[in-house]
Design a protein around this ligand. Sequence first.
Ligand code: 5BU
Length: 488
Amino acid sequence: MAEFESKLKDLIIKLHEIEAVKFGLFKMKSGIDSPVYIDLRSIISYPAILETVAELLWEFAIKDIDCNQLCGVPYAAMPIATLISSYSKTPMVIRRKEAKKYGTKKLIEGKFSPGDKCVIVEDVVTSGSSILETIMDLQSEGLRVTSAVVVVDREQGGNYNLSEKGVTMHSLCTLSQILQVLKDAGRVNQEIVDSVKKYLAASQIHLDSTFFTAQPLTESVKPSRLSLPFSVRADQATNPVAAKLLKIMVAKQSNLCVAADVTSASKLIALAETVGPYVCLFKTHIDIVEDFSAQLIQQLLAAAQKHNFLLIEDRKFADIGHTVSLQYSHGTYKICSWADLVTVHPVPGEGVITGLKSAVADLHRGCFIVVEMSSAGNLTTPSYISSSMEICKKHPDFVVGVVCQTPSTLNNPGLLQLTPGVSLDCQNDGELGQQYNSPEDVIMLRGADIAVVGRGIVQAADPVQAAQEYRTKLWAAYEKRVSSLKLA
Ligand code: 5BU
C-alpha cells in the first residue's frame, strides 16, 4: 500500500508537470468558470505515464472486481482501457458514440455475450453523465455493469449520481488528494487550494430524477440517503437505535460525535457534561481510562440521559462470534450493559455480528461496521468494502450504519454514515497516520451523516466553544447538502 501511495503521488506530480492538471481560470462546458482544469487526453503523448495510470487502476481496483469485460468511455479513457486489457488479458468492448446517427452500425464493438460483467474505465468524472450514457448503451446490449473505475474524481457529484443508479465508483484519486499532494510538494499555494475547495462546494451537480428515465439502470431507484432529511430517514430505520439517534440529531440539530479520547474518569465525565449539549453521540475508548469504575458508567449514563445523546464504545470488535460475544458482555467493561452502539471490523465474516447479537437478545443495541478507515495506508480495498456491505445488508436489525470515508458505499436512507478524521485546523497528525478533512468536506463530498471530532475539540483551548463551532458548521453543511441535492 505504501508503494501504491508513493506511485500515486509521483503520478499526480507528473500530471501537473505535463499540464494534464492546471490551475487558473477555465470556462467549463457548463459555462461556469473553474479554477482547475483536468484533461488526461494528453497522456497518450507520454507512454510511461499512460502505463502507470493503467497499472495503478488495475492494482487499485479492477483486479478485485468480478468482471470479464472492460469498456473505456470514449475517447480519453479508451487507450487506458486498452492497456489494462492487454496487461490483464481481460477482453474489452468499445462503445461507438456515433452509431445512432447512421443506424446500421453496431453500437458496441467487440465480442461479448449477454450477462457479461463489464467494468467501465474513465479518466475524469464530473457529474458522471458520460459514464451513465455508456452504461445505458452497454445495458441495452445485455451487458451487466455495476462498477466504474476512474482516474480522477472531481468531487462534483459524480460519485453520488452513479451510486443513485446502482453503480459503485472507485477513483484512483480525488481532486482534494491532488491538491494535497501538490501543496505538500510546494507546487500550489494555499490560495489555490482554497479557491478550488470553494468552487467544489459551490458547483455540485445533481442529475435529477428525470435523467435517464427512458432506461432506468436499476429496477428501483430509491430516494437517496444523501438528499433526504434526517427526520424522514428516522422513519426508514430498521434498527430502533438508528431511529432514536436520527431523532436526537433532529431535536438537537447536531450531527456531531465527539471522540472523548481522555485517560481519566474525571476528564471523561467533565467532557460529557460540558460538550454533551452539542453532540448526538459521545464516543469512548473505555479501555484507555486508567481509573475505570462502575460508578463512571453510572455517571456517563446520567450525562447521556440529561443531555440527550447516545453512547458509542469504539471497541472495533474483530474476532470470532463466540469471543466477541464474551468481550461484549463480560470482563471489566461489560460494554453491552451501557453502550448503545459499538464499532465492529467485518474482517472475521458474518459471525462477528451474529456473536454480538447473541449477547444482547432483549436490549436495544446496535453497531456501526467499519468498512473503510481514515488512516494513511489502510488496507481496505474496494472488494473488502463491497463484501463488508453485504454483511451489513444481512443484519438490518443490528447494524445502524457504516464507518467509512466515501459516499457511494451506502445508499440505504435508514442507515447512517459515521466519518472520523475531521478537523478545522489540521490535515494530518504526522507519523501517526490520521488524515483529516474539513467539516464541510466530510458532509458535502464524503457523504458523512455524523462526523467524529476528537482532538479538534478535546485538545482545543476551549472545548465547549470548539464543540459549538463544529456543531454549527456540520449542521449547516448537512442542510446545504439536503437542499442542494433535493430531487427536482
Ligand atoms: P481525532 O482526534 O479526531 O483524530 O480522533 C478520531 C477518533 O476516531 C479516534 O477515537 C479514533 O480511534 C477514531 N477513528 C479514526 O480516527 N479513524 C477511523 O477510521 C476509525 C476510528 Br474506524
